[in-house]
Design a protein around this ligand. Structure first.
Ligand code: ZN
Length: 299
């Protein structure tokens, strides 16, 4: 069965029709503003999906959001980059319009789903994905289920408070970890310390400077915090920051080992540094939907 994975971002919508073996047979990247153009957001999205799927035989749609979702995963609660999606009955509306199950999740959950599938991580046990992109994305899988928390807001590793930091975070709090260790923090470092260097050349030209070494240590703090709390079976670490030219992966690993509790879980630490495929959350959404629908049919 073919499943349509959709990634709704502030800049683009990405939609992919994904077959059972994970192949994308049709893909479209469309500017968000050309999809969401009337005052009726859900009707715009339904029209977009109907046009995309016109010639397709598909059995479900999985939508990924850079957002906080409700615990039932039916709607977006808070989304700084896509505020037009907040508090709309997205799954119920699209389900009625399209006539197939429509699932919603955080985009990082789909990324972890993709990676667990790709790296053959068993569903049993605890796996966590930590992705350094614009912020710090985090998803936690416990025995094949993704931990949402009581309010749906679990896995906000990027918003762990850093004592002594006064940097304003996009979430409105002061001193969150991602405000010093995510992609936005890297842009701030570039503007403040290396204005003459392109962001992509930061590690190539200034990788030895203290401010960047501290940035890497901040990433390590994020990983070690999660590891020290959860003692996971597998830790998958990735995201766009790590794909930058000359990113010091070995130094990051060193810093993580330095920060993780000894002797355990440090001695048994199982970290996989993942590749950052661009359609991870589209394919991961399809993997997630396939798994969820299988689970539901077994109940
Ligand atoms: Zn925050």
């Amino acid at each position: 069965m073919t499943i349509i994975g959709v990634d709704i971002g502030g800049t683009n919508f990405r939609a992919g029709a994904v077959t059972e073996d994970g192949t994308i047979i049709k893909f479209e990247k469309t500017p968000t503003k050309s999809v969401v153009r009337s005052g009726d957001v859900l009707s715009d999205i339904a029209a977009y999906l109907k046009a995309f799927a016109e010639d397709l035989d598909y059995s479900a749609v999985a939508i990924g959001f850079p957002a906080t979702l409700d615990p039932e995963r039916k709607k977006v609660i808070q989304a700084p980059n896509i505020p037009f999606m907040e508090n709309l009955p997205v799954c119920d509306y699209l389900n009625a319009e399209l006539g197939v199950p429509v699932l919603a999740e955080r985009d990082v959950t789909y990324a972890l789903c993709y990676d667990m599938n790709k790296y053959h991580i068993p569903e049993e046990g605890l796996s966590c994905g930590i992705y350094f992109g614009t912020g710090i994305g985090n998803a936690i899988s416990i025995d094949g289920r993704f931990h949402a928390g009581r309010c749906g807001a679990a896995g906000e590793l990027g918003h762990i408070p850093v004592l002594g930091s006064s940097v304003m975070c996009g979430c409105g709090n002061i001193g969150c970890l991602e405000a010093v260790a995510g992609g936005k923090a890297l842009v701030r470092i570039q503007q403040e310390y290396f204005p003459d260097t392109q962001i992509g050349a930061l590690f190539t030209e200034h990788g030895d400077e203290k401010v960047l070494l501290d940035f890497i240590d901040g990433m390590a703090v994020a990983v070690a915090t999660e590891v020290n709390i959860l003692d996971p079976d597998h830790v998958l670490v990735g995201g766009g920051v790590m794909k930058m030219p000359d990113f010091p992966k070995e130094y990051l690993h060193e810093c993580i080992l330095k920060r993780v509790r000894k002797p355990l879980p440090a001695n048994e630490l199982n970290i996989i540094y993942t590749d950052d495929e661009k359609d991870k959350s589209v394919i991961g959404g399809a993997v997630y939907a396939r798994r969820s629908l299988c689970m539901a049919s077994e109940l």
